[in-house]
Ligand binder design. Structure first.
Ligand SMILES: C[S@@+](CC[C@H](N)C(=O)[O-])C[C@H]1O[C@@H](n2cnc3c(N)ncnc32)[C@H](O)[C@@H]1O
Length: 469
């Protein structure tokens, strides 16, 4: 009998754009540079410099020095307020950066290269961490909303203490909403959604509808919601002390109710925020599943999820948009991008993703060497320069080979590695994504052309087959 193959469960890795992904903070160095941090640093039994993660003062001081040292940001929060860990929070920012650059939905200000990315941070907290990171790392501007006096006061203070960023961040009181809630109860609002059990209903202050102003536009919204339904549920993690008051951690119905309200609001705002990504962090996997099905119920066109590295605690990211996916996202040629994607829509029948993966595999087996991994639904491809030239020649219709592609071929040498992955976004819609290992290589100029060839092949071979089923 064949032994059952053990599936390798890969831990999510920190985002490669995260400055701490390769090199975690050097406590010894920070202690030598910042005397106020020094008393908190000691050498552990394993011989490494560390801090006591259960000491709020130590974790707050670490966040303060990391923001100052690595981001040039002055920062403080009062005792007991939720203290963010900078490396963890950076992952969410970089994930949004990826979503914005993925080309899955067109950019809001496509025709203006100087346009600034603008985000809405729901529940910015006293720490105001996401706007401070987004503005300092990427120059994004933000509306940062909260509802408690302490959060609003300290978020404002944290912004004012950074004059180089203060023009980018507006702190807004979500309690003082001026717009009506009619939007949400109108024809596209919660009236369209199934009524939840009362314990799942959010009954707090406005979140987006009633806080977003007439004429405002955003590229994304983000949220680290109050995760818990009660203070007992919130409990205390004895291994860390990141603070967190009941107002920050708890809301009736917990994150499920809170994010359900964000979904309702996004539905009401979908025409105004046409080209926006709505996103939220999620604390429990069971809620991720619930919220993904909620999104399908309300008919969003794109859903993306990710898992964040948060030390020993798992967290998930959920993103959605009402924008029809941009199927012409492959642009030729661009050596700045390392990944490309397109959608195949309206597919029927069983095993759609698997059949598509097999077609991708045969496409590349015919011209290079490749190995498919059905657990991650991806095909890893290696092509030599000769094989690339061969593929180009066989598929050449001279007029559609841009000169820059032939130049890139001339300058490429050695084997080229890339991977193609297939995943089902919503039933019947597959996202096919191609990722280059080395985006600096001259091959980066050829890859979009090959990827477009793959797209044409799939549209010719697999789409009619799966439409007909
Ligand atoms: C878990 S904390 C997140 C703080 C910060 N963003 C972070 O990641 O550390 C949740 C925040 O949401 C705020 N909040 C609760 N209801 C809200 C609402 N309706 N609109 C805006 N913020 C809200 C709370 O006051 C709290 O500051």
């Amino acid at each position: 009998m064949l032994s059952k193959k053990r599936r390798r469960v890969e831990r999510p890795r920190s985002h490669p754009g995260n400055r701490y992904s390769e090199k975690p903070p050097d406590f010894e160095l920070l202690a030598s540079l910042y005397p106020s941090f020094q008393p908190f640093v000691f050498v552990s039994r394993s011989g490494r410099s560390t801090i006591d993660w259960t000491d709020f003062d130590a974790t707050r001081e670490l966040t303060r020095v990391l923001l100052q040292h690595d981001h040039g940001v002055q920062w403080w929060i009062p005792d007991g307020q939720l203290c963010p860990t900078v490396p963890n929070r950076s992952n969410y920012i970089h994930w949004i950066e990826d979503l914005l650059s993925s080309g899955i939905i067109p950019k809001r200000n496509n025709d203006d290269p100087d346009a600034k990315v603008r985000g809405f941070d729901i529940g910015t907290g006293a720490n105001c961490i996401y706007p401070l990171l987004g503005a300092s790392l990427l120059g994004w501007s933000f509306v940062a909303a909260d509802v408690t006096d302490v959060a609003l006061e300290w978020a404002r203070k944290n912004v004012q203490d950074n004059p180089h960023l203060s023009h980018l961040i507006e702190i807004r009181n979500a309690n003082g909403g001026s717009c009506s809630n009619e939007l949400r109860t109108g024809s596209e609002g919660i009236a369209d959604m199934k009524v939840e059990a009362p314990e799942d209903c959010y009954c707090g202050p406005p979140i987006l509808v009633g806080v977003v102003r007439e004429g405002e536009e955003f590229d994304f919204c983000m949220c680290n919601p109050p995760f818990f339904g009660s203070i007992e549920e919130a409990g205390l993690n004895p291994k860390t002390s990141c603070g967190g008051t009941p107002e920050e951690m708890v809301c009736p119905g917990g994150e499920r109710a809170f994010i359900t309200r964000i979904i309702e609001d996004s539905l009401a705002l979908k025409h105004r925020f046409r080209k926006a990504w709505f996103t939220s962090m999620i604390g429990r996997k069971v809620n991720l599943k619930f919220l993904v099905s909620k999104l399908r119920e309300v008919g969003v066109s794109i859903v993306k999820t990710t898992e964040f590295v948060q030390g020993r605690t798992a967290r998930w990211g959920l993103a959605w948009s009402f924008m029809p996916p941009n199927i012409k996202s492959v642009s030729l040629p661009s050596s700045e991008k390392s990944s490309y994607s397109f959608m195949l829509q309206g597919l029927k029948g069983q095993n759609r993703a698997f059949q598509t993966l097999k077609t991708v595999e045969s496409f590349f087996l015919a011209c290079g060497s490749c190995r498919s991994d059905t657990s991650s639904f991806s095909v890893n491809v290696i092509m030599s320069n000769e094989q690339i030239v061969d593929l180009v020649q066989k598929n050449l219709c001279d007029s559609d080979l841009p000169t820059s592609v032939s130049t890139s071929i001339e300058h490429s040498s050695g084997d080229q590695n890339f991977s193609i992955s297939v995943f089902e976004q919503i039933p019947g819609t597959l996202l096919v994504k191609g990722s280059l290992l080395d985006k600096e290589s001259p091959f980066a100029g050829v890859f979009p052309w090959i990827f477009q060839l793959l797209e044409k092949t799939l549209r010719r071979e697999i789409v009619p087959k799966l439409h007909g089923q």
